[in-house]
Design a protein around this ligand. Structure first.
Ligand code: ZN
Length: 100
């Protein structure tokens, strides 16, 4: 993928990684609009994998940010925290995963 395309796709995937981390749900169809149908499944798996990496779930089910350890958050609270505070960090994680 061209570097500029990686940048655009990564920018648009940030909210989906945050949704996945917060357990809100990610749609393969929406990923497909962003990344193209050919790459949708692999990008979807990357989004899910990154989502798991940036959340800490305590024994009682409480959600904490995996990047700065803040929490506990509700699902929506964690989603908002991730997109507001960690947009850049998440984008860099995505770029590292989808660049080849
Ligand atoms: Zn955080």
């Amino acid at each position: 993928m061209m570097k500029s395309r990686v940048n655009v796709i990564s920018e648009r995937l940030v909210e989906h990684v945050a949704r996945s981390a917060a357990g809100i749900g990610v749609s393969l169809e929406k990923i497909s609009y962003i990344a193209g149908s050919k790459r949708a499944q692999i990008i979807y798996d990357i989004v899910k994998g990154l989502g798991r990496r940036i959340v800490l779930v305590h024994g009682n089910g409480a959600l904490y940010c995996g990047l700065c350890k803040k929490g506990p958050f509700t699902k929506r609270g964690l989603y908002l925290h991730l997109v507001r505070r960690h947009r850049y960090d998440i984008k860099q994680l995505i770029i590292a995963e989808i660049s080849d």
